[in-house]
Design a protein around this ligand. Structure first.
Ligand code: 13P
Ligand code: 13P
Ligand code: MG
Ligand code: MG
Ligand code: MG
Length: 381
């Protein structure tokens, strides 16, 4: 018998701009999940938020991409969005891109991270939820958790981890994926996932037996909608202990607040700050980007917990460093590399501004570029 964890999230509107989910919308969503639990669709659930993103953590026996579970999440978001509209919350219904539900939330705006496994006698999982960033923000920490022996001592000293892990990398532009083995293909893997806006770690498996270790929600809303509709604030599920990295090894990479894309208007690089649940809400320049980590034990599908894992002075220094980095980055104002590069700005409101300038440019024959034609096409497949 298998257990499935589904974490499905959406921004359905928030209090005071893009700051925080309103408790009444969480209550509306929880009511829908309670009904689903009483009908036997869900075994258990936990409703929470990361900033302005409403997060539904659900367990069930129906496997990944189960229509009943996705429909439950969709209905919860719809009910929550209704309340958001009544309250006049900001960007009510932001991530619900369509009215027509057809069996699965993928492509409709919400994003989902799901994994199915046979429970071990003790099954610790860590659920990461981030606001004001994108799915590729988990590339660096996931690499460090599952492939870097300076982070995960178990890769060296524990025979159950010593073979390494496999990374499934999804190309969000081409819609293709590739699986790479670590440590053997570590450099090839890094050649891809060092471009987190395009190549996103979607799943990690233990190499010795293909057991699922981690999964990330990789939907990129802008690519779905074709325009800026907020960032694709991601979630990830990571299994820990007994053949997987220890919980402390899973958390360790977040002691370094690495730079991620997102922040103000989804258009700026900033440090990813690990925070407690109560501080998982963005303020300064709509940020800095934040990540919260909730630890659960899964028992017969029940969610035991959560433990608020970054609610600890051990991460104070990471938070302080993040603030220093935030100051430093902010002083660049509208300049790259604080502001994202042109490829990423494609989906924001910047092209509308540039459009207006188009006919202001005067042909400058003397200095026209000869040699290889400048590539004007942004994407290739
Ligand atoms: P305890 O001795 O506190 O159980 O810790 C075991 C361990 O392996 C910590 O990483
Ligand atoms: P969200 O994706 O969290 O809604 O943020 C949008 C934004 O523009 C923040 O400045
Ligand atoms: Mg928002
Ligand atoms: Mg958000
Ligand atoms: Mg968003």
């Amino acid at each position: 018998q298998t257990t499935t964890i589904s974490v499905i999230k959406a921004d359905i509107g928030s209090l005071a701009g893009h700051h925080v989910v309103h408790p009444d919308t969480m209550a509306a969503a929880a009511k829908v999940l309670a009904e689903a639990k009483s009908k036997g669709i869900l075994i258990d659930y936990y409703v929470t938020n990361a900033g302005d993103d409403l997060e539904l953590i659900m367990t069930h026996r129906k496997g990944v991409d189960a229509p009943e579970v996705h429909e439950t999440a969709w209905n919860a978001f719809k009910e929550a969005a209704k309340v958001a509209k009544e309250l006049g919350l900001y960007a009510a219904g932001q991530d619900l891109l369509t009215d027509a539900f057809s069996g699965n939330v993928r492509g409709l705006g919400p994003s989902a991270a799901e994994m199915e496994f046979v429970e071990r006698p003790a099954e610790p999982v860590v659920i990461f939820m981030a606001d004001k960033t994108e799915p590729g923000a988990f590339n660096l920490p996931l690499f460090r958790i599952f492939a870097d022996p300076f982070t995960t001592a178990g890769l060296v000293i524990d025979p159950k981890l010593h073979d390494g892990f496999k990374f499934e990398v999804y190309d969000v532009i081409a819609g293709k994926y590739v699986v790479m083995n670590c440590p053997e293909e570590m450099y090839d893997l890094l050649a891809l996932i060092g471009t987190p806006g395009r190549f996103v770690v979607r799943r990690v498996y233990r190499k010795s037996d293909n057991e699922i270790a981690a999964v990330v929600a990789v939907e990129r809303l802008n690519l779905i909608a074709g325009q800026y509709v907020g960032k694709d604030d991601p979630v990830a599920i990571v299994r820990a202990q007994s053949g997987f990295p220890a919980v402390g090894e899973v958390l360790e990479p977040f002691a370094f607040p690495h730079l991620v894309a997102g922040w103000m208007r989804g258009s700026h690089f900033g440090p990813l700050m690990p925070v407690s649940q109560r501080n998982a809400r963005c303020t300064r320049f709509d940020g800095p980007p934040r990540v919260v980590a909730l630890g659960f034990q899964i028992k017969n599908g029940r969610l035991i917990g959560p433990a608020d894992l970054f609610d600890d002075p051990a991460f104070d220094e990471a938070r302080r460093t993040a603030q220093v980095i935030a100051d430093y980055m902010r002083r660049h104002g509208p300049f790259m590399p604080h502001r994202l590069g042109p490829e990423e700005m494609e989906y924001t409101t910047l092209p509308a501004v540039l459009q207006k300038l188009q006919n202001r440019f005067v042909e400058s024959k003397l200095y026209q570029v000869k040699g290889p034609k400048v590539k004007t096409e942004l994407l290739h497949d």
